[in-house]
Design a protein around this ligand. Structure first.
Ligand SMILES: Cc1cc2nc3c(=O)[nH]c(=O)nc-3n(C[C@H](O)[C@H](O)[C@H](O)COP(=O)(O)O)c2cc1C
Length: 368
């Protein structure tokens, strides 16, 4: 048994995770009409063999207009469902890594070009663009197009789309659903007073701004089996005066916990061009640490976690229960193997790879 904190198992509702390393959701902007293809098989297949405890599928739009770009994944119809099913079936034949999915709606940050073509917003009048929606008719920044404000019907449509996508995720046998309430996308737009200027029950007070994200959470939670965990990704602060901040996040996290949320994944920023983010190694860990003091459910830290000792310290000192890796694990898809070698942990690898273990690491690979 490893003594490394990073290699201790953890249980999230009905889901047993073998260690504390999570692969963060990462958009690939490579889908066709919302559907997965062989890129997703290669990409997710590679990460599935990494030795991490949980692989999270990228932000997956619950409605076509909820995509960040025209090449985002979706789960709004049976075609997307079937395409995802094929990819998952292949991955599952060869690895039993638990797989979660992040369900998302981009709100006013939708209808953009893919990053490698500049990432700018596409006008609703152009072929690849569409009219965006948001809590209020406030655009994200200069050069972007004003969104339509969601009316009661619109809110219902989004809520039901989250529920339907969650139902499909459960039917696909996915192990966890993550509701995306971070990075300036629709649910975060409701939370932040900078993007939510509504005068109805969904704007104004903190309780009102939290109302729609909480309704979406409830819709998702009630749609998936009782043993299936549902987590929420939050931006703990907008990093802008007068915006969404840590204090409000603590209220939100406590309310999510009360409603049956199983983990809070603590990120930050993404809502306002005026954000001033103190980027540096583990820069969001203090936010996770504070959220962890507030709730009893597992908390995930993310953001420039790159070192083995750094990750071990985050979990070992109790700053967070798990670490999520984004760019780090793209750069080094066997990061968990290397962490296990460094820290004295064990990772599960496919039998085909068993002979790759360098003898100096002794007992790095756990038995299947
Ligand atoms: C290529 C790329 C795509 C991303 N896509 C998503 C996404 O789909 N959903 C999300 O919540 N965050 C997304 N992020 C943010 C990451 O999940 C992560 O929070 C961020 O990169 C910080 O972690 P890191 O320093 O380990 O990369 C993305 C980041 C990258 C680099």
């Amino acid at each position: 048994m490893s003594t490394a904190a990073l290699f201790q198992p953890i249980k999230i509702r009905g889901l047993n995770l073998v260690n504390r390393i999570v692969i963060a959701p990462m958009c690939q902007y490579s889908a066709e009409e919302g559907c997965m293809n062989d890129w997703h098989l290669i990409h997710l297949g590679k990460l599935a063999l990494s030795g991490a405890a949980l692989l999270t599928i990228e932000a997956t739009a619950v409605l076509p207009e909820g995509r960040i770009t025209y090449a985002d994944l979706g789960l709004w119809n049976e075609r997307c469902y079937a395409a995802m099913g094929l990819v998952l079936e292949s991955i599952r034949r060869w690895t039993d890594i638990p797989i979660g999915i992040q369900l998302s709606h981009a709100g006013r940050k939708a209808s953009t070009e893919v990053p490698w073509k500049g990432g700018g917003q596409i006008s609703p009048t152009e072929a690849l663009g569409w009219q965006t929606v948001a809590p209020s008719e406030l655009r994200d920044s200069k050069g972007m197009f004003p969104p339509d404000s969601l009316d009661k019907e619109g809110l219902k449509r989004v809520r039901e789309a989250f529920a339907a996508a969650a139902r499909r995720a459960a039917k696909l046998g996915l192990d966890l659903v993550q509701v995306h309430a971070a990075h300036g996308y629709l649910l975060h737009q409701f939370l932040s007073p900078l993007s939510n200027r509504r005068g109805d029950d969904y704007g104004g007070s903190l309780a009102n701004r939290m109302r729609f994200p909480l309704e979406v959470f409830d819709a998702v939670r009630s749609e998936v089996p009782a043993e299936m965990p549902v987590s929420v990704r939050v931006s703990a602060t907008d990093w802008v005066d007068g915006g969404w901040d840590l204090e409000q996040t603590l209220h939100f996290a406590a309310e999510l916990q009360r409603r049956g949320c199983d983990a809070i994944h603590v990120s930050s920023g993404g809502l306002h061009p005026g954000q001033r983010i103190p980027v540096g190694p583990g820069y969001q860990v203090p936010l996770a640490r504070r959220v962890k003091k507030e709730v009893k459910i597992p908390v995930v830290a993310v953001g420039l976690i790159t070192g083995f000792d750094q990750a071990e310290a985050i979990v070992g000192t109790g700053d967070a229960d798990m670490v999520a890796l984004g760019r780090t694990i793209i750069f080094d898809p066997n990061w968990p193997w290397h962490a296990a070698a460094e820290l004295g942990g064990k990772v599960r690898v496919p039998v085909q790879y068993l002979r790759s273990q360098p003898s100096r690491f002794g007992n790095l690979f756990a038995n299947e």
